[in-house]
Design a protein around this ligand. Structure first.
Ligand code: NAI
Ligand code: 15L
Length: 265
């Protein structure tokens, strides 16, 4: 069990889930976000902090032996916002980790780092990145930071290229990209218990029949996702209109993000 697990982005969708479902992983959960986090439960420490602030992030990381990094801009946005939260923010996080005992990190990267690859291509950890927007570019930057801090300083990171982590798949594309909450938590349990982590790139998807991604390179982690988006196929077919043939959500792994405009400041 970890002594103190830091969860950034704890007020967000995945952060709220992790706050509830990762309690058992550490004696203390240090929860952080740029917005209010309510009141602290018995084993919680709450820290409101902008990831773009180097001194605040250094204080945030000090004393933690594990980090689940969920904080930041999570969809396409202006470059100014992405720069502060996802680029300056990840630099601040890795510098703080380097200076504070090299806690293990689970970095929430995204399928949008590879989103311009066509859906018919099967990708693995060695496939080239192909970001589908500025948000995707920022995740590529984060992945490169993880790799460099591992090679140069020994900071271990699991780079999880999350597909679509929600209670259930919301559309046809997510029948391929869905990651269940249970499978996300079991991944985090592997990350913080495996004897040697290194710096693997792992595709964050459940055991979906319609999967696009191959995780054999990280089989040594022992992570075995158990859920399958196929069990929601009928529900999606009944409730969500099929996208038109040739629409971006039928062509690109990143779906609609590939057709998103640049959000000017
Ligand atoms: P979210 O947008 O619900 O949560 C992100 C949190 O980060 C928010 O609570 C926000 O207040 C906080 N944040 C934003 N800027 C900040 C800053 N400058 N300083 C501190 N905190 C800041 O996103 P969600 O869905 O919970 O995703 C969590 C992480 O997982 C994100 O990094 C996202 O890119 C990644 N991810 C999520 C996927 C999903 O399906 N939910 C898919 C792929 C990646
Ligand atoms: C992401 O990276 C986003 O954070 C999430 O909100 C979804 O849009 C997801 O990708 C997806 O591609 O479904």
């Amino acid at each position: 069990m970890l002594e103190r697990l830091l969860i950034t982005g704890a007020a967000g969708g995945l952060g709220r889930m992790a706050r509830e479902r990762m309690k058992h992983m550490a004696k203390t959960l240090r929860l952080s976000d740029i917005v209010d986090l309510g009141s602290a439960a018995e084993n919680e420490e709450l820290v409101v902090c902008d990831l773009g602030d180097p001194a605040a992030v250094n204080d945030l990381v000090a004393g933690c032996d594990g980090i689940v990094h969920l904080g930041g801009i999570s969809v396409e946005d202006t470059f100014a916002k992405i720069l502060n939260a996802n680029i300056q923010g990840i630099y601040n996080l890795y510098e703080a980790a380097r200076k504070n005992g090299s806690p293990r990190i689970l970095f929430a990267s995204s399928n949008h780092a590879i989103g311009f690859h066509p859906q018919m291509e099967r990708l693995d950890a060695s496939s080239p990145t192909r970001p589908d927007g500025l948000y995707g570019v920022s995740k590529c930057f984060g992945e490169s930071m993880a790799s460099m801090y591992h090679d140069k300083f020994g900071v271990e990171t699991a780079i999880l290229r999350i597909g679509s982590c929600f209670i259930e798949p919301k559309d046809h594309r997510m029948l391929s990209t869905w990651l269940s909450y249970d499978d996300f938590v079991s991944f985090a349990e592997c990350v913080f218990s495996v004897p040697r982590l290194g710096c693997p790139i792992v595709y964050g998807a459940s055991d979906n029949d319609a999967a696009w991604w191959d995780n054999r390179a990280s089989a040594y982690l022992g992570w075995k996702p158990k859920d399958n988006a196929a069990s929601f196929r009928d529900k999606v077919n009944a409730n969500v209109p099929k996208p038109a043939k040739g629409a971006p959500e039928t062509i690109y792994q990143g779906g609609k993000f590939a057709a998103d405009r640049i959000h000017e400041d």
